[in-house]
Design a protein around this ligand. Structure first.
Ligand SMILES: *Cc1c(COP(=O)(O)O)cnc(C)c1O
Length: 308
């Protein structure tokens, strides 16, 4: 398998950070691969090997209509010669949005599941039926989180050890990436997760359970910052969009509003509140997800001039 070159660590400088004596780096996982970006590459890596080991011809998975995971699986299938099937939450629209158009152009077969059926996607009976229907398929859960994904995400940390750090920050959806970071860091620093959804307490349990299943361990050096979901998954507020626009203008680094924008907004807010001790080094993981932007801009009513 072709393994991409390590993603760069980029120092972010600003008066606020200087005032508070906080050193901030952005780990540019968004630059790992043009189409299998960020944490989705990390999460797929060992799953793709496992699918090859099991001699499966097809990758089958689930996601919403803007899902970075759907886009990544479609691209991975094209690159590594798997057929791909995507079960998409909700009703089909007359024209495909950019994410689904991309997935289809990679050869992904799209099927739509109404929201009630979609909710059964992790149930044993549903999955057994699916496996009987598609015996050659390797089934990946929504978001790609499983134990192989955690293993892949531990490798992000190996590439961070080049600078001494106090904190690693990462956005969280299912928490699989965060689980991999926690396992990878092994008590060498603090990890802060920024949930993109409401209900961080569930996520805390999910992550602890994932880690226990992975290596039987419990870690105390991590916490969730649950104040930066902006109303919930895929919800935004004008101040979030303005922050993303400002960040791009100042640093020439694009963020997206679902995950990385909320995380960095949160980090800046914590810096302002003196959460990080003076002299701290913070590494924020840019988990990618930029494929969704062409779909979000019209969705949030942003014109070319204000596009994020
Ligand atoms: C999927 C995704 C996440 C969330 O990853 P989890 O492992 O599900 O927590 C974070 N950032 C981006 C850009 C993503 O696409």
């Amino acid at each position: 398998m072709i393994v991409p070159a390590p993603a760069p660590l980029q120092r972010i400088t600003e008066p606020l950070l200087q005032d508070k004596k906080v050193t901030l780096y952005l780990k540019r996982e968004d630059l790992l691969h043009p189409h299998i970006s960020g944490n989705k590459w990390r999460k797929l890596k060992y799953n793709l090997q496992e699918a090859q080991n099991q001699q499966k011809s097809t990758l089958l998975t689930f996601g919403g209509a803007y899902s970075n995971h759907i886009a990544a699986v479609a691209a991975a299938g094209r690159e590594f010669q798997f057929k791909t099937i995507g079960f998409i939450r909700g009703e089909p629209h007359e024209t495909l949005n950019p994410t689904l158009a991309w997935a289809q152009s990679c050869g992904m077969q799209l099927h739509y599941l109404d929201r009630t059926t979609y909710r059964q996607k992790q149930e044993v009976v549903f999955l057994e039926n699916l496996k009987n229907q598609y015996p050659n398929a390797y089934v990946l859960p929504e978001g790609g989180t499983n134990l192989f994904a955690i293993k892949g995400c531990t490798e992000i940390v190996e590439e961070l050890m080049i600078v001494p750090f106090d904190y690693i920050c990462c956005a969280a959806g299912t928490g699989g990436t965060l689980a991999g970071l926690i396992v990878g860091v092994q008590d060498h620093g603090q990890i802060l997760g920024f949930p993109a959804l409401k209900g961080g307490e569930f996520l805390k349990k999910d992550i602890a359970n994932l880690i226990k299943e992975y290596n039987g361990q419990e870690y105390a050096n991590w916490q969730l910052q649950t104040n930066y979901h902006f109303g919930g998954y895929a919800k935004v507020k004008p101040e979030l969009l303005a922050f993303i626009q400002g960040f791009k203008k100042k640093h020439h680094i694009p963020l997206e509003p679902i995950y990385t924008g909320k995380m960095l907004y949160g980090i800046y807010d914590l810096v302002r509140q003196n959460f990080f001790e003076p002299g701290s080094t913070v590494i924020a993981i840019h988990t990618g997800g930029l494929q969704g932007l062409p779909g979000f801009n019209p969705h949030f009513g942003l014109e070319t001039q204000t596009a994020i």
